[in-house]
Design a protein around this ligand. Sequence first.
Ligand code: ADP
Ligand code: 5GP
Length: 222
Amino acid sequence: MGGAAIPQLLQGEDHKIMSSTGTLFVVSGPSGAGKTTLAKWAIAEIPNLRYSVSYTSRPPRAGERPGLDYFFVGVDEFQRMIAADAFLEWAQVYGNYYGTHRPATEAMLANGCDIIMDIDVQGARSLRRKCDNALLVFIFPPTFQTLMQRIVDRNLDSEETIRRRMAMAKAELSAYDQYEYLVVNDDLAQAQLELKSIVIAQRCRRSAREHCAQSLLQSLVP
Ligand code: ADP
Ligand code: 5GP
């Protein structure tokens, strides 16, 4: 599998990836901000939007489904995939490897889909460089206290994991100014509406609608 097999994509020597149609909606934020909740809601609610299932070397949490939430692989396998250039981007986050599968991303774009991906700030920076069609959305918690409470109430991480993730939160939040959009996830319904509005606004850009405008104009009798 590879970019060369997919005519809609242009892949340069530096693996720049572009699509004439689809957008990569990149969602980042500190652990517990609500990225997974919002992204999974978005794919259920918004037509033609797919979730990018990442690869990770972290062990599954209770209830996580292989192939739907993540592809869980060992460290050796992840490193082998890095060497084989299988990732559009990858990073080490909280001591584990995470990466976006290049062929799967290309296939979704080639099918004319938009993609929503939950990736950290390093991965978002990398995608911004590589993909002209990446749109970066940062998810903020309303307060630090709420962030902490949500991650504790989620009841899926050990105390040590929570401590480690909270220690990273300030540095992660400080990267918000590299993003195009900021959603404050206080009231969930409001945050969902804002995320959906971002996707719809992106789809309504003139450049994305150019072909509709052209075919309408051409169909008009002079
Ligand atoms: P992330 O993917 O950013 O780590 P999650 O989506 O897992 O965060 O959300 C963390 C926890 O907070 C989950 O238990 C989720 O159900 C809850 N949550 C998310 N958004 C809200 C919200 N707006 N109000 C209340 N709880 C929320
Ligand atoms: P979690 O272990 O809570 O699911 O995710 C931990 C962190 O890894 C989050 O910041 C999440 O955005 C990030 N992450 C998940 N998948 C990817 C990926 O494919 N690439 C990168 N760079 N980060 C990812």
